[in-house]
Every structure is written in structure tokens, then in C-alpha cells.
Design a protein around this ligand. Structure first.
Ligand SMILES: Cc1cc2nc3c(=O)[nH]c(=O)nc-3n(C[C@H](O)[C@H](O)[C@H](O)COP(=O)(O)O)c2cc1C
Length: 205
């Protein structure tokens, strides 16, 4: 009889312990509020004198769902033949131009993509100014350029040195490729995919 009582008591105790260990459904008021997916923030910053780099920047920002902002200069006039000559000379001499403060804050972005036309096998003075001023605000960078024929390799190397960090991806478009929608899109698809691979996957919280 004593043995039966002991077994019964142990059974009740085990059942009670198992019930306590089972996860209890949370009451509706205790549930965590639903949070939105967290996307990596990407900013496209570019300079464009005659529109090619701007056209690429626009497609790129659309492809990535990124913000974009053009660099604007004060006190320079690169228009006409004389403007072309002084622009080439300024880039060759690795000068910076005076740029207006950006409306967007580069430090708020996970990745800043910087686009430049190639001038005298180098970046433009406006992009040099941007990297000089904002380099400490850049978490990660990527570069792109448009050019007539050559110069992006040297420009990217100089941009990397100024930024003090390796770009996660680079791409360039020849002028004629910018004007050919199929070619523009073809290179864009690869560049966007390369960049997306470097971004953290969005997390549902
Ligand atoms: C002053 C100046 C210098 C240039 N130097 C080069 C060069 O060294 N190599 C090259 O391939 N293209 C050169 N180009 C051509 C530009 O890189 C090309 O037209 C570019 O797509 C212009 O971009 P944008 O329309 O955004 O200003 C030069 C253009 C200018 C105005």
C-alpha cells in the first residue's frame, strides 16, 4: 500500500514538473511589437559635368533602392573649351574644388558609392574634395566611373588611397556604353549584384 502511495505521489510530482516546463502562450498584451525589416542604407554620391555619370548614378540608385546626391561646386566653370582645358589641368594637378555641404549625411549610410567622370586619367576635383572631407564618415565604399577610353584603374587606386579603405566593388562605363541602354543595363546588373553580395541580408525582427 505504501509503495502504491509513493508511486502515485511521484506521478503527480512528475506531471506538475512537466507542466511547469512547457512554454506558456504569451498573452496578447505581452507580445513584442512587430518590427519592420532592416535594410542596409546605401547612398550614391557622384559628380557629372555632361550627364554620363549622372545617368549611371540614377540607374544604380534605382537598382539598389538607394538614395543619391550630386556633388555641386562653387566657384568653378568647366564649360566650353577653356573649361575643358582648366578641368583637365585641375584633375592632372590633383586639385580639389570647393563643394557644397551634402544634404544627406554620409555617416548615416552603411555603404557610400562614389561615381566620377575620368578627367586626365584621374578622379574629378569635386570627388577628390568629397573624399578628403568625408573620408572618416564612410563605413564602406564602392566606386564607379565613366570615361572616353581609359583611366579608371588609376582613378580607383587614388580614390582608395584617399578614402583609406578598399572599395567593396568597382565598375566603369565607356561613354558609348552609357548611351547604349542595353550595354548600360548589362554592366549595371553585374555591378548591382556585386554590391548586394556585400550587404548584410535584411533581418526581420
Ligand atoms: C577635362 C576632361 C578630361 C577627360 N579626360 C579623360 C581621360 O583621361 N580618359 C578618358 O577615358 N576620358 C576622359 N574624358 C572623358 C570623360 O571621362 C567622359 O566624357 C565622361 O563620361 C564624362 O562624364 P560626365 O558626362 O558625367 O561629365 C575627359 C573629359 C573631360 C571633360
Amino acid at each position: 500500500m505504501k509503495k502504491h502511495l509513493l508511486i502515485a505521489a511521484l506521478s503527480v510530482l512528475t506531471a506538475a514538473l512537466l507542466a511547469a516546463a512547457e512554454p506558456q502562450p504569451a498573452s496578447p498584451t505581452e507580445e513584442a511589437p512587430a518590427m519592420k525589416a532592416q535594410e542596409a542604407k546605401v547612398l550614391v554620391v557622384y559628380f557629372s559635368r555632361s550627364g554620363n555619370t549622372g545617368a549611371v548614378a540614377k540607374e544604380l540608385a534605382a537598382g539598389l533602392g538607394a538614395d543619391s546626391e550630386a556633388l555641386t561646386e562653387q566657384g568653378t566653370d568647366w564649360s566650353g573649351v577653356w573649361g575643358w582645358i582648366t578641368a583637365g589641368r585641375a584633375a592632372w594637378k590633383e586639385e580639389t574644388s570647393s563643394i557644397e555641404k551634402l544634404k544627406k549625411e554620409p555617416k548615416d549610410y552603411d555603404l557610400v558609392i562614389i561615381g566620377t567622370p575620368i578627367w586626365a586619367w584621374n578622379m574629378t576635383p569635386a570627388v577628390r574634395a568629397f573624399l578628403t572631407i568625408y573620408k572618416d564618415d564612410l563605413k564602406k565604399v564602392a566606386f564607379f566611373a565613366t570615361e572616353g577610353g581609359s583611366g579608371h584603374e588609376k582613378a580607383f587606386k587614388n580614390m582608395e588611397a584617399l578614402a583609406g579603405k578598399r572599395p567593396v566593388a568597382t565598375a566603369f562605363w565607356l561613354e558609348k556604353e552609357v548611351k547604349d541602354p542595353e550595354k548600360l543595363r548589362e554592366k549595371m546588373t553585374t555591378y548591382v549584384a556585386d554590391i548586394k553580395k556585400t550587404l548584410p541580408p535584411s533581418t526581420e525582427l
